[in-house]
Design a protein around this ligand. Sequence first.
Ligand code: GTP
Length: 344
Amino acid sequence: MDEVPELVPAADDPYARPRIPLTLLTGYLGAGKSTLLEYILTADHGYRIAVCMNDFGDTTDIEAKSLTLCDPSTGEQSTSFLSLPNGCLCCSVKDLGIAAIEEMVVNQRDKVDWVMVELTGVADPGPIAKSFWENEEMGDLVLDGIVCVVDSKNFLKQLDDNRPGEINEAQRQLAASDVILLNKVDLVDAAQLDKVRSRVTAINPTLRIHDTVKGNMPLDRIFNLHAYSKGKFDTVHDHPSHVNSISTVLIPLPRLTPTQWSRLNLFLENVLWTGKLDGVDINVLRTKGLIHLDDGREMVLQGVMDIFEIKQSSEPDEAAPGKIVFIGRGVQDLKPALISFVDL
Ligand SMILES: Nc1nc2c(ncn2[C@@H]2O[C@H](COP(=O)(O)OP(=O)(O)OP(=O)(O)O)[C@@H](O)[C@H]2O)c(=O)[nH]1
């Protein structure tokens, strides 16, 4: 049995109410999201998870007690929660926004340690994470991270399904995620799996990757990621950009002087808020960073699309190297531009 997660209080306010961590589950059509959720809803893992899925479908045969609830969007009584024998709750989220999910789940606060929301197969998790993150300060849920289920057999085809000038959904899902479950490894040989793994790493080297069959794995691999609150992420390297694809650039940072620090903030505003670098479109989907300042402070940078946030780290780690990572299209040009603008 996995270690059961603790509710996370807001970082620096000892009086803040505990908030319930939330995981977004993404993955292309047929990748195995429902299969993973079925495992979560039936296995004896010890977590009390509210699983919010788009389609109750296959789970309705699970022996369960249904709860009558008031649907916050309509005010009508509905039986939208199932209370399952392993302690999990299952609710249907079709067309419900995050606010509605929050209201539904918070009413069940004493029954839930964790919330998992399944996105549809063609959804881009970026804007969903962004809107959630923007409202997080006021809410009762805290975004822990985004998990992407990948079909190892079909993923390369899905990645290369290009429409001219567009980044496809499979690429966007990879760029936005924090953990990848390389699923259906029973259907591919070692060479194919290596190929998939190296493409995944080329697009988003900050990802943690786990191989799975039918989504089975210890759940602590996808929980407690703190992907939106900590500056620690796996070591990454620069990766050359593919045509029409997403890539990652890593910019190592020395300890910054006050002038460099304010120049860096200005650079981030200029690029992320406008989506342009020197008048040329640049498409940043995810930004992460760890920044050491001259005065000893350590700052954590997090960004989703055009928004970013910088917080002082509560657990500074002198040994962790300062760096910024941009994931998106056209991001390679950001490295020389940032080095010159900030005068590194
Ligand atoms: N062989 C094999 N089949 C799998 C595995 N995981 C899932 N499947 C099968 O793949 C099919 C699609 O799985 P789902 O879990 O429905 O996929 P999904 O991501 O929820 O699909 P959508 O809801 O269409 O987006 C089902 O027939 C599963 O039984 C796996 O690891 N190995």
